[in-house]
Design a protein around this ligand. Structure first.
Ligand SMILES: Nc1ncnc2c1ncn2[C@@H]1O[C@H](COP(=O)(O)OP(=O)(O)OP(=O)(O)O)[C@@H](O)[C@H]1O
Length: 252
């Protein structure tokens, strides 16, 4: 019996921007199906650059990226973009239709889905983020936290292999932050979460990787990494004042 390929496999990924600035130097990362992994690292480490390779917005200078066994390459881009759902930091980059329902339907409709199947897909995605009752509202009438949840639903509606979230806790009040964490934990999907919010990483992701200077500097249990003071100092990672990572029960 052959086991399913990992959700994400990044091998020897290197990339230099057109101005010559090299941002990635041989990144190695494998994420198994169903894992939740936090991507940590200081400003300028290359996190966004790495994420932009996952759905082919940037093309690898060297090395490779595969999503559930499918190489990220031009002939596969339509399928890759269905498999890799990226939730950007600002939900307003993702919501542009007159109603929530139309925003969530946009991706599946563009892929050819119609009628009852489409309606069911939209309802399911909104239901998973607790926003089904807001389907007929204009997105710009919702709170920031609600818009972020709808942005997650637009991506879930494509039934992605991997959900990539850029700073999912930013600008959320404590209750919205916790509610989004509960939603993300309830999803049956592989998650890669870019964040500077280390307690959130600890709450949600059993595993973290530290990207620093364009390479993976550490890869392990989130609690272990956050307790490694030398590693934290070396890569400019700082916990909030008084926060003890040992005081939190690590997620499973
Ligand atoms: N379009 C670009 N052209 C040239 N260099 C770039 C470009 N975008 C990013 N860089 C550089 O590439 C490096 C990695 O940037 P990147 O945005 O991937 O870091 P990051 O880890 O996401 O940072 P942050 O935590 O601040 O969002 C940085 O040195 C940055 O200045």
């Amino acid at each position: 019996m052959t086991s399913a390929p990992p959700s994400l496999q990044v091998s020897g990924l290197a990339y230099a921007y057109p101005d010559g600035h090299q941002a990635l130097f041989g990144v190695e990362l494998t994420v198994a199906r169903g894992e939740r992994v936090a991507l940590l690292g200081p400003n300028g480490a290359g996190k966004t650059t790495l994420v932009l390779h996952l759905n082919g917005i940037l093309e690898a200078g060297a090395g490779s990226v595969t999503v559930a066994g499918l190489p990220v390459a031009k002939p596969n881009l339509a399928e890759i973009r269905r498999r890799v759902g990226i939730v950007f930091q600002d939900p307003d980059d993702q919501l542009f239709m007159p109603t929530v329902r139309e925003d969530v339907a946009f991706g599946p409709a563009a892929a050819g889905m119609r009628g009852a199947e489409l309606a069911e897909r939209v309802h399911r995605a909104l239901d998973r983020v607790g926003m089904a009752e807001f389907a007929d509202r204009p997105p710009h009438h919702l709170s920031f936290g609600q818009r972020r949840r709808v942005a997650v639903a637009t991506v879930l509606a494509m039934e992605p292999e991997i959900l990539v979230l850029d700073e999912p806790s930013s600008n959320l009040d404590p209750a919205s932050r916790r509610e989004l964490a509960d939603i993300l934990r309830s999803l049956d999907v592989t998650v890669l979460m870019v964040t500077h919010d280390l307690p959130y990483a600890l709450e949600l992701c059993p595993r973290s990787v530290v990207l620093s200077g364009g390479v993976i500097a550490a890869d392990g249990g989130t609690q272990d990494l956050l307790c490694d003071q030398e590693l934290m100092r070396e890569h400019r990672l700082e916990l909030p004042f008084g926060f003890d990572p040992r005081s939190v029960t690590a997620p499973v």
